[in-house]
Design a protein around this ligand. Structure first.
Ligand SMILES: [Zn+2]
Length: 100
Protein backbone atom coordinates (compact mmCIF):
# COMPACT_ATOMS: atom_id res chain seq x y z
CA UNK A 1 0.00 0.00 0.00
CA UNK A 2 1.35 3.43 -0.89
CA UNK A 3 1.51 6.34 1.51
CA UNK A 4 -1.26 8.02 -0.43
CA UNK A 5 -3.34 4.90 -0.18
CA UNK A 6 -2.82 4.78 3.57
CA UNK A 7 -3.76 8.44 3.89
CA UNK A 8 -6.89 7.86 1.85
CA UNK A 9 -7.70 5.00 4.18
CA UNK A 10 -7.39 6.94 7.43
CA UNK A 11 -8.68 10.22 6.02
CA UNK A 12 -12.36 9.35 6.50
CA UNK A 13 -11.58 8.08 9.99
CA UNK A 14 -9.91 11.36 10.95
CA UNK A 15 -12.78 13.29 9.38
CA UNK A 16 -15.30 11.19 11.30
CA UNK A 17 -13.34 11.75 14.52
CA UNK A 18 -13.31 15.52 13.94
CA UNK A 19 -17.03 15.58 13.19
CA UNK A 20 -17.68 13.43 16.25
CA UNK A 21 -15.59 15.80 18.35
CA UNK A 22 -17.52 18.83 17.10
CA UNK A 23 -20.80 17.03 17.73
CA UNK A 24 -19.76 16.19 21.28
CA UNK A 25 -18.49 19.76 21.66
CA UNK A 26 -22.06 20.90 21.13
CA UNK A 27 -23.83 18.03 22.83
CA UNK A 28 -21.95 17.93 26.14
CA UNK A 29 -22.07 21.63 27.13
CA UNK A 30 -25.67 21.95 25.99
CA UNK A 31 -26.60 18.76 27.85
CA UNK A 32 -24.91 20.05 31.02
CA UNK A 33 -26.53 23.44 30.63
CA UNK A 34 -29.91 21.79 30.05
CA UNK A 35 -29.62 19.70 33.20
CA UNK A 36 -28.76 22.81 35.24
CA UNK A 37 -31.90 24.43 33.90
CA UNK A 38 -34.11 21.50 34.80
CA UNK A 39 -34.46 20.51 31.15
CA UNK A 40 -34.04 17.12 29.47
CA UNK A 41 -30.23 16.86 29.41
CA UNK A 42 -30.03 13.71 27.29
CA UNK A 43 -32.69 14.89 24.85
CA UNK A 44 -31.03 18.25 24.32
CA UNK A 45 -27.59 16.63 24.16
CA UNK A 46 -28.68 14.21 21.43
CA UNK A 47 -30.49 17.01 19.62
CA UNK A 48 -27.39 19.23 19.70
CA UNK A 49 -25.19 16.30 18.69
CA UNK A 50 -26.94 16.18 15.33
CA UNK A 51 -27.84 19.81 14.79
CA UNK A 52 -24.74 21.74 15.98
CA UNK A 53 -25.26 25.51 15.65
CA UNK A 54 -28.93 25.08 14.82
CA UNK A 55 -29.37 23.07 18.00
CA UNK A 56 -27.45 25.67 19.99
CA UNK A 57 -29.66 28.48 18.69
CA UNK A 58 -32.84 26.50 19.34
CA UNK A 59 -31.57 25.63 22.81
CA UNK A 60 -30.86 29.27 23.62
CA UNK A 61 -34.34 30.20 22.41
CA UNK A 62 -35.99 27.57 24.60
CA UNK A 63 -33.56 27.62 27.52
CA UNK A 64 -35.22 28.14 30.85
CA UNK A 65 -33.48 30.21 33.49
CA UNK A 66 -30.90 28.32 35.46
CA UNK A 67 -32.32 26.53 38.45
CA UNK A 68 -29.66 27.81 40.81
CA UNK A 69 -32.60 29.36 42.54
CA UNK A 70 -33.39 30.29 46.09
CA UNK A 71 -35.90 29.19 48.65
CA UNK A 72 -38.82 31.48 49.42
CA UNK A 73 -38.25 32.84 52.90
CA UNK A 74 -41.99 32.55 53.65
CA UNK A 75 -43.09 29.18 52.23
CA UNK A 76 -39.78 27.50 51.41
CA UNK A 77 -40.63 26.75 47.76
CA UNK A 78 -37.79 26.96 45.28
CA UNK A 79 -38.17 30.11 43.21
CA UNK A 80 -35.93 31.70 40.56
CA UNK A 81 -33.48 34.27 41.86
CA UNK A 82 -34.85 36.99 39.64
CA UNK A 83 -38.37 36.71 41.02
CA UNK A 84 -39.33 39.53 43.33
CA UNK A 85 -42.62 37.95 44.36
CA UNK A 86 -42.86 34.28 45.25
CA UNK A 87 -45.13 32.62 42.63
CA UNK A 88 -46.39 30.16 45.26
CA UNK A 89 -47.39 32.35 48.16
CA UNK A 90 -46.92 35.89 46.86
CA UNK A 91 -44.36 36.75 49.50
CA UNK A 92 -42.17 39.65 48.41
CA UNK A 93 -38.54 38.62 48.34
CA UNK A 94 -35.78 41.07 49.07
CA UNK A 95 -33.60 39.65 46.35
CA UNK A 96 -30.49 41.52 47.45
CA UNK A 97 -30.30 39.37 50.55
CA UNK A 98 -30.26 36.19 48.49
CA UNK A 99 -27.49 37.16 46.13
CA UNK A 100 -24.15 36.01 47.40
ZN1 LIG B 1 -43.39 31.63 48.98
Amino acid sequence: MTVQGAMAGIGPIILTAILLGISLGFAIPIGISASRRGMNAVGWGVFAFFTWFTGLIVFLLFAKPKTDDMACSACGQRIPRNHVYCPFCGHRESIELHYQ
